[in-house]
Design a protein around this ligand. Structure first.
Ligand code: FHN
Length: 597
């Protein structure tokens, strides 16, 4: 079965190599499978929560430009995007001289940022080894004027700062090698001997990495291919024999990873148990691009970290140093800002598990035995913060920053905090609830709070109850190139009987604007739908946004369709269904409720 899957995959690869798009196969290559038995050394990884990913190679020198043309999206794919012949690309090495690289500075930055592990590209798809390799002369020591091994220095520098060190290694895709995966602009894919590539280059280099750089926290394999399950198992065993304590990412393939990596820039909708990681770029590219300055702000990083932790995972955030060895100014600055927040609030991130209270209009939660951490992104206008579904007895409530106690009251399973004043634009203010008793379970479909105290309540598609045909589906697409996005939508609402609903708890009566956030193609547009809420029905007609394609943005509109008046606080159901039988109404991403002021 697996073998058939790989043959299918390889055929797809040849096809997509020809059409210069790998978008379709990428999702299959993001192997998320792990072994049945948990790796005995996975504990540190689960607790670490914040990792630094570094993409650094010859592409960093090119900086998103080739022959006077600017490239956008994943900068490390420039060789593929511009279809640069391998021999010509190899010449870039003679100009690669990262004299500003300073391993101690990088390790210091990681430490200041609160990073617990660092993974750097030892060899990316371009095939160039950023380390001293006997297996291939196409490496930084032999082929560049720099002539030194930066990985040695980095292994030492990170160890000094107690940061676990790991290597990214592109085990199958190698555009430099005639027998490596996926360069079909130079080499005929059908004539390739992957086994020879593995035995001559990939396996010897992986062995070098696991032998010459001290203990590795992680070997971050990327994009499996060309090996059967048995062959992958053999590879894994031979490498684990060198360092049994080292963890292998799930992209080693065939379900043989030690922990799970989600797709690029992907967070699961609901908490996931076990060891896993979300990986994100800081700007729009993994590798350095001079003209890509679209960096996530410190507030965005801090909230992203909390969101990933609230689902139980680690965030590994990427930076792309330039060809001189400098980490971009904005990455340095914003990572240090993140570190300042973590210094005060790290207890609510490191060593936590997913929060048992699902996302609220005010933010998210993380947990430790006997403690629930409330990550408040939006302060309620009146300072009264409701934690619904909190059945345990409360011992104490306090602000994490200054340990000052916070007054609270409990009514049934409602815990209400009276928050102190704090800056409205603070990205994440953390409060701690200490409680007794066993940790409650997580209920993704619990009623969602709607209150005039927040600018909006967003009802995400994945929290909808479905009746009839509708399903939830995650759509993966990119904007520029390889800057993947993932959106979970409700799809397949075609007939009157196909309805979805959200359970709401309106704590304040009033007028609420209903905004539907959806994507709608040619087929679905101008169809009517009905919203039922608080005893009333509201009609709307769909607007066209665009079709779904993997290599273009999936466009969503925030379509304000009605105002609903809620007379009494209480539990309500908000439902949506097509007005009459027809085509798919839309791909619904969320329903947004905005109090009308
Ligand atoms: O193709 C690579 C890409 O360049 C980058 O290294 C990412 C990081 O997860 N992995 C692959 C795509 O998923």
């Amino acid at each position: 079965m697996k073998k058939q899957k790989y043959i299918r995959l390889l055929l797809c690869l040849v096809f997509f190599a020809k059409t210069s798009s790998y978008a379709q196969v990428m999702e299959e290559m993001w192997d998320k499978g792990t072994g049945l038995k948990e790796h005995p050394n996975v504990g540190w990884f689960k607790d670490a929560k914040f990792g630094l990913f570094i993409h650094w190679g010859l592409y960093s020198k090119l900086a998103g430009k080739w022959n006077g043309k600017n490239y956008y999206g994943s900068g490390e794919w420039i060789m593929n995007q511009a279809k640069i012949p391998a021999a010509e690309y190899a010449k870039v090495a003679s100009t690669f001289n990262p004299v500003n690289f300073n391993a101690d500075e990088w390790a210091q930055l990681a430490s200041d940022a609160g990073i617990k592990y660092l993974v750097i590209t030892a060899k990316h798809h371009e095939g160039f080894a950023m380390f001293d390799s006997k297996a291939s002369d196409f490496n930084i020591v032999k082929a560049t004027p720099y002539g030194k091994d930066p990985m040695k220095a980095l292994a030492t520098a990170t160890a000094k700062k107690n940061i676990r060190f790991g290597f990214y290694y592109s085990q199958f895709v190698d555009w430099h090698e005639p027998n490596g995966g996926r360069n079909s602009w130079d080499f005929d894919e059908s004539k390739k001997n992957y086994a020879s590539y593995y035995s001559q280059k990939a396996i010897p280099q992986l062995k070098e990495l696991l032998t010459n750089y001290g203990p590795l926290g992680i070997v971050w394999f990327d994009l499996p291919g060309g090996l059967t399950k048995e062959e992958t198992q053999k590879l894994v065993d031979s490498l684990h024999a060198l360092q049994p304590q080292s963890l292998f990412s799930s992209r080693v393939g065939q379900g043989l990873g030690d922990y799970k990596d989600f797709g690029d820039s992907e967070i699961p909708d609901a908490p996931v148990k076990g060891a896993w990681e979300s990986i994100y770029t800081h700007n729009d590219s993994w590798g350095y691009i001079e003209h890509d300055l679209n960096f996530k702000s410190p507030a965005a990083i801090i909230q992203l970290l909390a969101k990933v932790a609230s689902k139980g995972g680690n965030l590994m955030l990427n930076v792309g140093p330039d060809g001189n060895g400098r980490i971009p100014y904005h990455s340095v600055k914003y990572l240090r800002e993140t570190g300042k927040w973590l210094k005060k609030n790290g207890e609510a991130i490191y060593g936590t598990t997913y929060g048992f209270i699902p996302q609220q209009p005010w933010g998210v939660t993380t947990a430790k035995p006997g403690k629930l951490f409330l990550h408040v992104f939006s302060r309620p206008g009146n300072g009264k913060l409701l934690v619904p579904g909190f059945s345990n007895a409360v011992k104490a409530v306090y602000a994490l920053g200054n340990r000052q106690s916070v007054s609270w009251k409990k009514a049934g399973n409602d815990l209400e905090l009276q928050l102190p004043a704090f800056a409205q634009d603070a990205p994440n203010t953390v409060f701690v609830v200490e409680y007794t008793g066993a940790q409650p379970g997580y209920d993704n479909k619990s009623a969602q709070i709607v209150s005039g105290q927040y600018a909006t309540t967003v009802l995400d598609a994945h929290t909808a109850r479905l009746s009839g045909n509708p399903k939830t589906k995650s759509f993966t697409f990119s904007h520029y190139f390889g800057d993947w996005k993932h959106e979970t939508c409700v799809i397949d609402m075609q007939q009157k009987k196909d309805s979805i609903s959200f359970q709401l708890r309106v704590t304040e009566p009033g007028d609420y604007r209903i905004v539907l956030e959806y994507s709608c193609g040619q087929e679905g547009f101008k169809q009517e739908g009905v919203i039922g809420f608080a005893g009333q029905q509201y009609l709307f007609r769909t607007l066209k946004t665009g079709e779904f394609e993997k290599n273009t943005p999936l466009l969503f509109i925030k379509h304000a369709v009605s105002i609903a008046t809620v007379q009494q606080p209480g539990e309500y159901t908000l439902s949506i269904h097509p007005y009459q039988d027809g085509k798919e109404l839309f791909k619904l991403r969320s329903v947004i409720l905005e109090p009308v002021k």
